[in-house]
Design a protein around this ligand. Structure first.
Ligand SMILES: [Zn+2]
Ligand SMILES: [Zn+2]
Length: 118
């Protein structure tokens, strides 16, 4: 459901993909939500998604509207599971968070591929 223009079978290292996604975003070819890298932190998105910079009550990224609370992030690099849940109600997902979670899973896979290719 998430179409990411930058997902190809070609393996790209973090700096390369970061620059590619910056360009694609500038050209309007890539939505910020679909990025596998973070231009704020210069890392894979799953590595910094727990940062407060990735919480947005407006867009509801990592935000439970009902509880007005930021969602907790659990990233398991081994099983590639990514979960974001509200510490108060245990739910709190939104479309934005679902998309962010999908991007984290994709970045986990991309990082693993990049590491294997290195
Ligand atoms: Zn970040
Ligand atoms: Zn909640």
């Amino acid at each position: 459901m998430t179409t990411t223009t930058c997902t190809t079978t070609r393996v790209r290292s973090l700096p390369v993909l970061l620059a590619t996604e910056d360009d694609a975003e500038d050209m309007g070819l890539l939505a910020p939500d679909d990025r596998l890298t973070c231009h704020v932190h210069g890392r894979w998105i799953h590595q910094c998604v727990a940062s407060p910079a990735h919480v947005s009550p407006v867009t509801r990224h990592r935000w439970c509207r009902g509880c007005r609370t930021e969602l907790c992030v659990a990233v398991d690099e081994l099983t590639r599971r990514v979960a974001m849940t509200c510490p108060r109600c245990g739910h709190g997902g939104s479309a934005a968070t679902t998309r962010l979670t999908a991007a984290c899973r994709a970045s986990l896979a991309a990082e693993r591929d990049a590491r294997r290719a290195a």
